[in-house]
Design a protein around this ligand. Structure first.
Ligand SMILES: [Zn+2]
Length: 251
């Protein structure tokens, strides 16, 4: 029973040890996605800046074009030519206004993007800090877990050395299968693991101290008289009463 308790603890501990890297990996994935969000925000901002430079260059071209047109306009001879130049200048000025509107919109977008980038960066910073703390805790926990595992392994070896080889063989066979445990209490004429009733003869043998295996689940059955319900069957009651009567008489 002690060996089974140790084996149970060991199994639980090993699954905790195995769960830790998975938890850390999940944290790492969260961190990566936040990093990607920061990079995406920075890239969008960069695209916006490139657009701004392109608009500025277009604006400059148009201004130069207008200056050139005004120059040429001073040499025209006819009203018709004059109006043609004027028309072209007005068109270019219209284009400039469109670009200026786009620039204004771009500035507003850039401002929002900058805020978004800052928020993403601060979120990442907080997460990175939280992950660092979690990792530190996990490292400390891992050290404790390994220490505990070492102790369990030692205790396990000590307990196993006390169990007869034949019983260990049965225990290992049953516990090693999908059942996990290899020992069960026999109590109230039942196997307490699979709850199968025990044949009267077997129940007697077990109570006589013989080690038997459950016919249903194969576990080693362990009898502990202290686990049996204490009030004895009804048949004993008249005896007690009979014994008490003389005592009363003595008084
Ligand atoms: Zn059983």
């Amino acid at each position: 029973m002690r060996l089974q308790t140790i084996d149970g603890e060991t199994t639980k501990l090993r699954s905790e040890i195995a769960a830790l890297p998975k938890r850390l990996a999940a944290l790492e994935i969260k961190l990566q996605s936040e990093k990607a969000a920061v990079e995406q925000a920075a890239k969008t901002l960069k695209d916006e800046e490139a657009l701004k430079r392109r608009l500025e260059s277009d604006l400059k071209d148009l201004q130069q074009k207008i200056a050139k047109l005004r120059d040429q306009m001073s040499n025209v001879k006819t009203n018709e030519e004059y109006r043609a130049f004027q028309h072209e200048i007005e068109f270019a000025e219209g284009e400039i206004r469109k670009i200026e509107d786009s620039e204004l919109e771009g500035m507003e977008r850039a401002e929002q993007l900058e805020q978004k980038r800052k928020a993403a960066e601060s979120e990442l910073k907080d997460s990175a800090k939280a992950v660092e703390i979690e990792k530190e805790d996990a490292r400390a926990a891992a050290v404790e877990q390994q220490k505990h595992l070492g102790e369990l392994t030692k205790r396990r070896a000590t307990e196993r050395a006390l169990v007869p080889e034949e019983l260990l063989r049965i225990y290992d066979h049953v516990a090693g299968s999908s059942r996990v445990t290899g020992v069960a209490y026999a109590q109230g004429q039942r196997c307490m693991s699979c709850h199968m009733g025990l044949r009267p003869q077997m129940w007697n043998q077990i109570r006589d101290g013989q080690i038997m295996t459950c016919e249903s689940c194969g576990r080693l059955l362990f009898y502990d008289v202290s686990r049996e319900p204490q009030p004895e069957p009804v048949a004993e009651k008249p005896k007690k009463r009979g014994r008490k009567a003389p005592e009363a008489g003595v008084e």
